[in-house]
Design a protein around this ligand. Sequence first.
Ligand code: FAD
Length: 603
Amino acid sequence: MIGYDEWHYDVLVIGAGGAGLRAAIEASATGARVGVICKSLLGKAHTVMAEGGIAAALSNVDERDNWQVHFTDTMRGGQYINNWRMAELHAREAPKCVHELESWGALFDRTEDGRILQRNFGGHKYPRLAHVGDRTGLEMIRTLQDHGIHMGMEVHMECTIISLLKDEGRIAGAFGYDRQRGGFILFHAPAVILATGGVGRAYRITSNSWEYSGDGHALAYQAGAALVDMEFLQFHPTGMVWPPGVQGILVTEGVRGEGGILLNNKNERFMFNDIPPLYRNQTADSPEEGWRYTQGDRDARRPPELLTRDHVARCIVREIREGRGSPHKGVYLDISWIREKMPDAPGFIRRKLPGMYHQFKKLAGIDITKEPMEVGPTTHYMMGGVMVDADTQMSTIPGLFAAGECAAGLHGANRLGGNSLSDLLVFGKRAGLYAAEFASQNKAGKTDDVNIQSLADDAVSFFRQADGENPYAVMTALQEMMQDFAGIVRTESELLQAKESLIQFRQRARKVRVEGNREYNNAWHTALDLQHMIIVSEAITLAAIYRKESRGAHFRIDYPDPDPVNGKMNQVIRKGSDGRMHVESIPLKPVRPDLQQLIDEMK
Ligand code: FAD
């Protein structure tokens, strides 16, 4: 018998990033007993790394902005495959959520007359991102933690959930382990919210940190919930490429928002060469017009560097592939050129982009006020995830909710920068509210000790493997394979190769060997994470095979254009009764006529 501790809550929140904390605050406010679990220390989540800002149509910098424009920008960015109801709720509710954050103590950068300042970002028609220099996520998480801590929630740090538990089809709790001591923990709760963030660790080059092995996606899938849009994985155009140890670390879009330009090794501003028809009317004709836009000229249109991330990333890949890249297989991102335009450019850059200034100075020995940065695409954000009801955030399993990056729908085929932080606030809040309501109407289900014993036994089985591989070796090979065969540019043959090799990876991952004991054993943690990475890799690959067109972040060389039939479908992934992964194409719900009219008017 393997022993375990037990905890009882009304609402259990798995993940303590922006979505998890916002959900926990809302659930606690109803009087529910709330437990929050996080894989690392409280405060160490992707949300804290967010740089550029929170998108919300506050209209502080340009009064022409409103929720309707934000809604249509989000739908256009997502190439109209978004869950339109989520896009509507998000655009309508984001301003209130930002003000709420401010009322809890968040200190945003200010306009001259003291309102929250907003900056330009790719795909947003007007300056829309509320920000705190380039450290917005830090301020957001600080505020949510400070506020949340007074709501009485209990936090379990350095605890990883490895399985969700069900009773007669609805959620009953979760099972995990304490990373430090290695002990198992059983959480009972009638409502569980997944807020576990992204999947970037399944790829070699990523802006994501070690926690992001797609746990929430995999836990939901294993429990029988539907996943959707898994083919849409965002490769952010600008990650660091040099030196090798820092490859993939994000270079915020804020650099381009403040006037940074992309150049190839011929010193050409190549983004002007390829402007998609959907954005032609909104894009500057000349560098001069682009510069005026970044300086707040309301009559100017945005520079092509601020086109959507999927497009900018593909243009960069094209430059590199065609031999016009920088020495370390990137291109140049130059903000130092603004010295031609501003007498105090170095001071301006250090003030507006302090994080980037220090990042390049410390990690690459580059002074970005004087020289260009070398950048290239990096695996960044998962648009796909747990399929949820737009209003309540409940998944296809009663009592199981999901919010933030591990949920899907809002962003469609491509997320606009800044729309994640607002997503966390809007849908974290909704998930907390509706999970608490569900818990108040449903008692906690029963958990089965035989099942718990078998989960625990399964988890420790890696210590018994006689001649398995090292889990790090298998993880590294998986990351290489996903990078090469299911990356930024895809083809049927490579995706089929990925699918085939995932069969081997699944077997190899089941047999990895771990030495030592359960106390702070990183190899054991990796062996367990690997099981989740295999599931999300398989989901990405299968969904990518099924989508035989190019749309947003999903680019197929063999189907380079959007297809009108495919473009009306979502790919839904479920675990079949045969234990295998199944993909089903389901038609999009028709857009409500008033919203469709908005989309048509603003096209
Ligand atoms: P996270 O903040 O990622 O938190 C996930 C939580 O789940 C963590 O607490 C983790 O420990 C926990 N967890 C995971 N698995 C388990 C498990 N098995 N058991 C227990 N706990 C678990 N978006 C913007 O809108 N604007 C920006 O400016 C911006 N900049 C970014 C910069 C960087 C460098 C990165 C990486 C992302 C950026 N993003 C930005 C994206 C945005 O930060 C993330 O999408 C968002 O923070 C995700 O929030 P979340 O609450 O869903 O998850």
